[in-house]
Each structure stands twice: as C-alpha cells, then as structure tokens.
Ligand binder design. Structure first.
Ligand SMILES: Cc1ncc(COP(=O)(O)O)c(C=O)c1O
Length: 417
C-alpha cells in the first residue's frame, strides 16, 4: 500500500500540462465581459474545517474557481480605476509560475545561484534611475521604508523621523519598531511637504513621499535642508522615473540617501515585489548584515527566506524594454487626465485638485461618495478621507481601463443623467 502511493505523491511534483491548461481555461472563463455585472457571492463555498481526504486536482480547481476566481475584483476590467493594484501582464505571471515551481530561496546561494544573480542584475538596472548605487528586493514598500530607516539609525544614529501628515502609515510603523520619535509635519494645501530650512533636523531622518497614498502628491525633493538622512518613499510614483515624459517629476530623488518603491504597484508586478535602494549600498548592507551557522552567505536586511521576485520583473522588462514600460506609464497618466477632464467638464462633480501622478480624487456634488461606490456593479473606485470628507479615488494603474466607462458608471450610480 505504502509503496503504491509513493509514485503518485512524487508525480504531483512533476510538470502537469493538463492541470496547467485546465487552470488557464478557468482563468479565461472567469473574466467578466465589459457590460455584465461582476457576480457577487457572499462567503466561500469551501468546507469550514480542513478536509480529511483530498479530491482530484481538476475537480479541486473547479471548486476553487467558483469560490474565488469568478468573484474576484477584476483588475484588468475596463471599469477598474480604483487602487494602486495593477493587472499583471501575462509575461510576468507566467514567470511567477516558474518562480513558484522552482521555489528558489535567495537566502541560500547554493539553492538559488541564478535567482540571486538575477536579483542583483535587476537592482543594477534600476538603481541608476534614482541616483542610487545598489539595494535589494523586499516584499513591499512597508518593508522598504522600515529597512531604509533602520539603515539611517544604524549608520547615522538618527533618533527621530519627520514626515508629512500625508505620508503612508508605514512610516509610523517603522518609527514604532525602530524606537524613533515620529514628527508629523503639515504639508501645503496640495499635500506637498517642504521641510523647513529654519528647523533643526539634527538626529532626524527626513522622510519624503513621491506619490502620497491619498492624492499622489510629491513632496519637495529639491533644495532640502541639511539632515543626517533623507529617505524618499516612492512606493507609488517611483516608476515614473522610467517614463520619458514624467521622469522629471521626481528630480531631486538622486540626492536622497535611500529610496523605496513597489514594483507590484506601477511596474505591474505580482504582489511581493518592491525595492529598497541606497546611495551607498555597501555601507547600508554592512549595517544590516547577519551571518549564521547555517548560512554560506550573510543574510542582508529584514527578510530571511525570500522568493525570486526579480524573475517576473526581469521577464516584463526584457519583453517591454524601458521604452515599453514608459509607454504603459504614459498611457496610464493619460487615462487619469482623461477622467479628470470629464469630471471638470461636468457641473455635478468636483475634483479635489490637480492630478499629478495618475490619481484622481473626485466626488459628486450632491450625492454621497460612499454610496456611489457601494452601488457600482461594473466599475471600481476607491474612497479616501480628506479633511473629514469622503472622496472617490481613481488610480490609473490599469492599462485596460476606460475612463469614459468608469465615469458613465459613476454617473448612473449617482442618479445623474
Ligand atoms: C506612499 C506609500 N508608501 C508605502 C506604501 C506601502 O506599500 P506596500 O503596500 O507595498 O507595503 C504605500 C501603499 O499603498 C504607499 O502608497
């Protein structure tokens, strides 16, 4: 009995072309056509406790598909202009599939010789666009920010971190974890912070944002006062550095000591891909380098076992080139501007401010924004609170988005003809 089961268990770890094709068919079938509402289902049709015995693989995929695939938010849909979550290009998810199948661990050079090399190569492609000389992959910008401030504390002994009140909550998390005092600074009415030259920034890391989470504002990155460390959180707008039209929006970033951004936002990558970059990466990496009995190379940074997130990104960049990425970003910026024009031209809507990095903040004048959002069936927008008011927020990270369609859906939801 035992012997008969071993080959079948082993079989599960071979390439199963049939299963992959079935998974692809289900994925394709789950894509809702533009004019049909996305089906909504409460809860999951899955057992409430762990099943004792298993089911055949294709049947299992069918069950999962009806529970999960068909009712997921469709990030590629023409109506999706909501969050900083892009649909992933097929070249990226096909490479993720390799990544999952190979399961390389960056922690161990012997298990991941190529994956480590690939990650280093990708960092060396990307870092110069920000004036940095190196860095490493992390799972998200929350970790980029924490890692950068950790380096600031170790290298420059900073005791405080100052950031605008519009900065992402991850700066507060990092301050709490690192035992830094957190200074919340006022920004200008357009949410841009310009650190004051008259203040004393001794012992303080300046934490600037390129693309605030609520409105996409960029803090002043040039003419900064002297401070022991400057970090730029470019989680959202960082990739504009690769655009031939918009790179200059981030001019000044090259003077920072560290920069972080999420490839899983505006580089269209599957979740878990971000970078932390340093102007002097050797010193930064030395400050956070740990050796251990079982490691043949030091473990640098916060993460232990780490996937080769560089692989899907390499596939995307090799396929598109820098100019293809630039075209995607420029097209998204254009979509945001199209939506902004529709809003500005309509008497029953107002827009919060200029759309600078692909984020449009808007609302109907006479209808609650939150109710509009809850009524949408074929489109997605997000909500944001500004000065105790709720606004709709549309993020242009979906190359398939149709701003006119989104606007039309919101008009209908707000009972505006
Ligand atoms: C400006 C900014 N910083 C940091 C983060 C955190 O990024 P992540 O979700 O990749 O950890 C976000 C997320 O939206 C963000 O907008």
């Amino acid at each position: 009995m035992q012997k008969a089961e071993i080959p079948s268990i082993h079989q599960e770890h071979q390439v199963d072309r049939n299963l992959v094709e079935h998974a692809l068919d289900l994925l394709e079938a789950s894509r809702t056509p533009r004019d049909e509402p996305v089906p909504l289902k409460e809860g999951l049709e899955l057992p409430e406790v762990m099943p004792e015995s298993g089911i055949e693989a294709k049947k299992m995929l069918d069950e999962l598909a009806s529970s999960v695939l068909e009712t997921s938010a469709q990030l590629h849909h023409p109506g999706f202009m909501a969050h900083m979550d892009p649909p992933t290009p097929s070249v990226a998810w096909v490479a993720s599939f390799w990544q999952a199948a190979l399961n390389q661990n960056l922690l161990h050079p012997d298990v991941a010789p190529k994956a480590r090399f690939l990650s280093e190569r990708l960092v060396s492609w990307i870092a110069p666009f920000f004036g940095m000389d190196g860095g490493h992959f992390v799972p998200g910008s929350t970790v980029s920010n924490l890692t950068a401030l950790w380096a600031a504390r170790e290298i420059k002994g900073v005791k405080k971190v100052a950031a605008s009140k519009m900065a992402h909550l991850s700066v507060r998390k990092a301050a709490d974890i690192l035992g830094l005092e957190y200074l919340a600074m006022d920004s200008d009415p357009l949410h841009q912070w310009h650190p004051d030259s008259d203040s004393d920034w001794t012992d303080t890391a300046l934490f600037l944002t390129a693309g605030t989470v609520a409105t996409g504002a960029i803090d002043h990155l040039k003419s900064l006062p002297s401070a022991p460390w400057v970090h730029v959180d470019a989680a959202w707008a960082g990739p504009l550095r690769f655009s031939n039209q918009y790179a200059s929006l981030l001019d000044g970033v090259e003077n920072a000591d560290s920069v972080g951004f999420s490839a899983h936002k505006w580089m269209y990558q599957p979740k878990g891909a971000a970078l932390v970059l340093f102007r002097d990466s050797e010193t930064a990496h030395q400050a956070m380098s740990y050796g251990g009995g079982y490691l043949s190379a030091p473990n640098i940074g916060l993460i232990g076992s780490a996937p080769a997130s560089a692989l899907p990104l390499a596939a995307t960049l090799l396929h598109w080139g820098r100019s293809g990425l630039s075209d995607h970003l420029n097209a998204d910026m254009n979509k945001a501007e199209q939506l902004a024009s529709l809003i500005e031209e309509h008497p029953d809507f107002e827009i919060w401010g200029p759309c600078r990095t692909g984020i449009v903040v808007w609302k109907p004048k006479h209808f609650p924004a939150a109710e509009v959002r809850s009524r949408l069936k074929k489109a997605w927008v997000s909500l944001t609170q500004i000065d105790n008011e709720t606004w709709l927020r549309s993020v242009a990270a979906n190359p398939g988005a149709d701003p006119e369609f989104v606007f039309q859906q919101v008009l209908e939801a707000a009972n505006i003809r």
